[in-house]
Design a protein. Structure first.
Length: 505
């Protein structure tokens, strides 16, 4: 079957011919006829099978054949929701390529950049909106996006939405959609949670599954290297040096810091490379992608943020520098090569602590990944003891703190020395502190033992004086001897006036 036999309009066939597409992929051949009839669709297909064109072509044809009356700005008639910025940009570029002969407007919105250009595009009116959940909800709350006229809704890479924690945002968006619409649901994998989400969105859908769930493309050759963690970078450099024909290589790391470190080492060894990850600005990521697509950079080092949404022509090599701990991520990574029937090669580096990840991956894809036994770094990989797997999984800080905790354990069972009561002799020699003034309350008895120790350590409270409520009592006058009355000055004190003349007024 060809595209000419699928009932597509002439402008779309012309655009496909200019793009060099003549024969539809399996998912395109199965999905396009049902979508042209307005049916809901549940598509389970791995990445790189051409599912973007599978839903883009029917949408473009529907919007062109069913125009709306010109009343103010154009309403948003189609919403395509994607998990990542890169995938959103790729879909918007595909829409522009397929719909270049149609008078339709498209725009893409995502976070990480200023919103004003996106707001200006929305004010001019768009027919198809491609968006990520976060920025879409933000603009909806600000009143710039209205979905009451929506006719077609597409949720792409639904399993990735679940992995990235966007399910609640997706449900908030779906709650704002009109009930009468055509819904398309695409996912590379179909776990039970994704199936439940699809059942809540779709109405009597047509299910299209072109490959087994969570399988890899047969056109991708997979190889695994057993190597120590310290020898991964020398092994990557060795592969690049011994294979000069590897012009476009996409390297995946687990962490952002690891991506930067690998890219710096490659540049230091004379290989043109750049890294993209979440800490990079959107402009820096787009610039790195353009340099890689144009061939100026030989290697692009990325985290899993780029595992989906990067559509690079003639990408022949993918290197899993770090094996992912989620088996489905492995399928998405190597799906960047061998797209649309082309061949590709995927290399994976597996150290001692990643052996369990490799077993999970092989269980998921249902095949054993061939092992490359001959390379310069095999000795260190096989000499690592089995206990290293558990020790390497713990951070170095815990290994240093564990013996310290063992020493402190018996110390906690013994009573603290400073809290012991002093001997009786020392207590007798200690200077006696004056008892506090009685305030009319009964004196509290101090218990022996631990209570007495606390009382000794406790400081005496500051003395408080009560304000007299009446006249102060005067002491009784002492009688003077008769023989001393001749000298009254010695016994009668001089009278001090209460005030002088200057204080009267």
């Amino acid at each position: 079957m060809t595209f000419d036999q699928m009932g597509l309009i002439a402008p779309l066939l012309k655009a496909l011919q200019q793009e060099g597409y003549h024969t539809p992929t399996p998912i395109q051949a199965q999905a396009i006829p049902h979508l042209l009839q307005g049916r809901d669709l549940l598509g389970c297909a791995q990445t790189g099978t051409g599912k973007t064109a599978a839903f883009s072509l029917p949408i473009l044809q529907y919007l062109h054949q069913h125009p709306v009356a010109a009343q103010g700005r154009r309403p948003i008639r189609t919403l395509i929701l994607t998990p990542t910025r890169e995938l959103a940009i790729q879909i918007e570029e595909s829409l522009q390529a397929y719909g270049r002969e149609l008078p339709l407007r498209y725009t893409v919105i995502f976070g990480g950049v200023g919103q004003q250009p996106q707001v200006d595009a929305l004010k001019r009116g768009v027919d198809i909106l491609v968006a990520t959940p976060g920025r879409l909800l933000d603009l909806m709350q600000q009143g710039y996006v209205h979905l009451d006229k929506l006719e077609v809704f597409v949720l792409d890479e639904a399993d990735r939405m679940l992995d990235m924690g966007f399910v609640h945002d997706v449900k908030k968006v779906i709650a704002k959609l009109p009930a009468k619409r055509q819904s398309l649901f695409f996912s590379a994998t179909m776990p039970p949670d994704i199936q439940a989400l699809a059942n809540s969105i779709l109405t009597n859908p047509i299910k299209v599954e072109v490959t087994p769930v969570s399988s890899t493309a047969d056109t991708v050759q997979q190889h695994v290297y057993f190597v120590s963690k310290a020898d991964k970078r020398p092994l990557l450099q060795h592969i690049l040096d011994t294979h000069p024909d590897m012009n476009a290589v996409l390297v995946f790391t687990r962490t952002k810091h690891g991506a930067d470190r690998v890219a710096r080492d490659l540049v230091r060894n004379g290989v043109k490379a750049q890294a993209i990850h979440g800490n990079k600005s959107q402009n820096a990521r787009q610039q790195a992608l353009q340099l890689f697509k144009s061939g100026n950079n030989r290697v692009l080092v990325a985290t899993d943020i780029a595992a989906r949404g990067i559509d690079i022509d003639d990408l022949g090599y993918v290197v899993n520098y770090d094996l992912p701990n989620v088996p489905e991520t492995y399928v998405h990574r190597i799906g960047r090569t061998g797209r649309a029937g082309a061949s590709g090669i995927a290399y994976s580096f597996c150290d001692a602590e990643e052996r369990a990840y490799l077993k999970d991956i092989q269980k998921l894809i249902g095949k054993q990944v061939p092992v490359v036994a001959e390379h310069p770094f095999t000795a260190n990989a096989h000499l690592m003891p089995a206990k290293t797997d558990e020790q390497d999984r713990q951070p170095s800080g815990r290994q240093q703190q564990q013996p310290r905790q063992q020493k402190q354990a018996p110390r906690q069972q013994q009573p603290a020395k400073p809290r012991q009561a002093p001997p009786a002799e020392k207590r007798e020699k200690a200077p006696a502190t004056p008892p506090p003034a009685r305030t009319g309350k009964p004196e509290q008895k101090i218990q022996q033992g631990q209570g007495q120790q606390k009382a000794e350590q406790r400081q005496a409270p500051p003395r408080k004086f009560r304000q007299p409520s009446g006249p102060l009592p005067m002491p009784a006058a002492k009688p003077l001897p008769a023989e001393k009355l001749s000298e009254p000055s010695k016994y009668v004190p001089a009278v001090t006036p209460l005030f002088n003349d200057d204080d009267r007024w």
